[in-house]
Design a protein around this ligand. Sequence first.
Ligand code: BGC
Ligand code: CA
Length: 346
Amino acid sequence: MERRRLGAVVTAVFIAMQLLCACEKLGTETKEPVHVGLTCYNQSDTFLEQMIECFREELEELEHDATEVTITIRDACGSQRTQNDQVKELIDAGCNVLCVNLVDRADPSEIIDLAREADVPIIFFNREPVAEDLMQWDRLYYVGAHAEQSGMMQGALAADVIEADSRIDRNRDGKIQYVILEGEPGHQDAIIRTEDAVDTLINRGVMLEKLSCGIANWNRAQAQNRMMQMISEYQNRIELVLANNDDMALGAVDAYKKLNYTESALPVFFGIDGTDVGLQAVVDGELSATVYNDKEGQAQVMAKLADALVSGKGMDGIALERGRYVYVPYAKVTVENVGEFLRRQY
Ligand code: BGC
Ligand code: CA
């Protein structure tokens, strides 16, 4: 009798355990794996390389939350046609969310059609499609930052430095002779950053004289070349260099180094991004200041959004503008606060 009762208890416990396991399994099954397919306009871009690294780290965090996460990364090497093919390949390989850094931000139609046919949502990032394209389908999103804000911050930083040091006006004519190093034509960050930086300086009452403007496509080596040409034309007349990103500001610094300019004959340099090399240049005093393009913040939003789009849960926790945009704020970086930003680096 005793033995029979014991047997019944053992059987009941066994059944309960089986049920528990089955429920647990069901629980994990409801969490769909996230397979991210990412393609980037050019992976040798300093900012994007670091931003994508942050994104990988954010996805690893997601994995700790018991979601299976994979990421496949493709480099379009500057060709929209290559990027279109990559999107097709990523969809065929089973990616259930796409992160696209367009080569040509005016030409996303083929990619949108491919994604829509397969019902795979797209998060565009850093290179903003025009609004009409983003409205083509309701599973399209954009994560980036407001170009105007970075331009205004760069102008304000330059005004602060110029007001605080009368030696910057080296020829003492009451005006600041300046040159611009501009990013790719057609990129939302290039012209807007330039215009807003210059307007902010003017509004702050700084008298300006523009000497020249060179396009260097975000690239350090190209910026060095453009700057060498400008120096040979204007010699030591240049007092201020405004660059649309840190890599181009550093290319300008490289040009002066190559020509062995002494410190007293150097202009002041301003960048945007706060890449590792950019922040270090602020620490070393080579750049007077930069503007932080918050790659950690952007990567975090992208990871959250990717997860929410796949699982269909958690969208409420993401602050979307007009239902599909997230703009992460920029921040001013000077030698006084650069330490805070260095600590954010992994
Ligand atoms: C960054 C640049 C980068 C470009 C690429 C910009 O937002 O400031 O450094 O080269 O995006 O699209
Ligand atoms: Ca002057």
